[in-house]
Design a protein around this ligand. Structure first.
Ligand code: NAD
Ligand code: DAU
Length: 339
């Protein structure tokens, strides 16, 4: 079995590569990644010399490069993690999101059509469903919830989902789609809530909470997401969408306070800043389908996952110090400077 994992130098893609190489000794895994600001070769250091692993630096929108790779490798499966993934960046500069997330998805699926494939899997997000009100805890996102996006990021991901379903219906491409809630864990780029707060707290810098910090996200440990995708690839129904999440809704402010507590830092570091434009209030996944059909449920509790994650950032300072010393400084000044 040969699998192309796009975006494998990023957060979830790298964790997926580690998971698959650890689980299947006879699978060949090829990572295709453009190495944007979010992709980091040092993340893949532990597998670079693995006999079943190959890294290819290329853009998923580059048709020639993608076709060339398919011609060389004849993959059985493609799992598309490659994307521009940060909502704040999409609000600042939507165009790159449309290009990578939509055109890139179409280019990959064109290659799948041309060279033949057993499965194309699109890694999507619960953000395509928009948001839910805080005062209706009974409401959850199911696979039937209508698409109702809020940000350029979620709109680009929803567009990619629609294209994926269209390629299935029109060309009979064997596709699956997963829509997961917020992930956390090792190797997450410190622009996202949890790693940003850990890194800032460790540096005794202000912890910028948007609005009142009351927005709710449904957190999942990254390894549980990887296991769900593995199950969908092997047992999922072609043409189907699977929601992934684990009934773990938390308010942002409670997460930030928990991080302060774990690190022994004062909550006085918390600074309320101007809210995100179009800020989604609450996400919550109903994972009934993936539980009933594939037997998946989250194995890591938030209490364990957050401890492991914080410990990882403590043990891997060089990884994130290197990131925040570069172009990240300009990003930080731009997003947080005048807030
Ligand atoms: P990330 O930003 O950490 O990594 C994205 C990776 O894609 C990077 O390695 C980057 O170099 C690569 N990439 C970007 N543009 C590319 C291009 N044009 N060609 C090739 N490679 C390119 O993202 P992540 O958080 O790991 O998310 C991975 C996927 O999962 C995304 O599709 C995202 O929408 C989805 N997702 C993320 C979450 C989450 O909580 N992080 C939750 C649900 C779904
Ligand atoms: O739900 C899945 C999505 O989760 C993925 O599709 C996205 O790729 C991923 O980035 C994530 O999106 P969010 O916008 O929910 O994640 P983020 O970590 O950016 O923010 C989480 C919450 O924390 C959100 O309500 C905004 C808030 N926040 C975030 C940052 C970076 C703050 O209050 N302060 C911050 O500095």
């Amino acid at each position: 079995m040969t699998i192309i994992v796009t975006g494998g130098a990023g957060f979830i893609g790298s964790n997926f590569i580690f998971y698959m190489l650890g689980k299947y000794s006879n699978y060949r895994v090829i990572c295709l990644d453009r190495l944007t600001y979010a992709g980091n070769l040092s993340t893949l250091k532990q597998v670079m010399d693995h006999p079943n692993f190959r890294f290819v630096k290329a853009d998923i929108c580059d048709r020639d490069a993608v076709y060339q790779l398919f011609e060389q490798e004849h993959p059985d499966i493609v799992v598309n993690f490659a994307a521009e993934s940060h909502v704040d960046r999409s609000i600042d500069q939507p165009d790159i999101f449309l290009h990578t997330n939509i055109i890139g998805t179409a280019t990959l699926m064109d290659a799948c059509r041309r060279y033949g494939i057993r499965r194309y899997h699109q890694v999507s997000t619960d953000e395509v469903y928009g948001d839910l009100p805080l005062d209706r805890p009974d409401l959850l996102f199911t696979e039937e919830t209508p698409i109702r996006t809020s940000s350029p990021y979620s709109s680009s991901k929803a567009s990619a989902d629609l294209l994926t379903l269209a390629y299935h219906r029109t060309y009979d491409l064997p596709v699956t789609i997963s829509r997961c809630s917020n992930n956390y864990g090792p190797y997450q780029f410190p622009e996202k809530l949890i790693p940003l707060m850990i890194v800032n707290a460790l540096n005794d810098k202000p912890l910028p909470v948007y609005g009142k910090g009351l927005n709710v996200r449904d957190w999942l440990y990254v390894e549980d997401h990887c296991r769900a995708i593995d199950l969908i690839l092997h047992k999922g129904h072609v043409g189907d969408i699977y929601n992934i999440g684990g009934h773990n809704e938390m308010r942002n402010i409670d997460i930030v306070k928990l991080i302060c507590k774990h690190l022994g830092k004062s909550e006085s570091l918390i600074t309320y800043v101007a809210d995100r434009k179009g800020h989604d209030m609450r996400y919550a996944i109903d994972p009934t389908k993936i539980f009933n059909e594939l037997g998946w449920f989250p194995e890591t509790t938030f209490a364990d996952g957050i401890k492991k994650t914080i410990q990882w950032y403590l043990d891997n300072r060089a990884w994130w110090e290197d990131i925040i010393s570069g172009e990240y400084q300009e990003y930080y000044a731009k997003i947080y400077g005048n807030r």
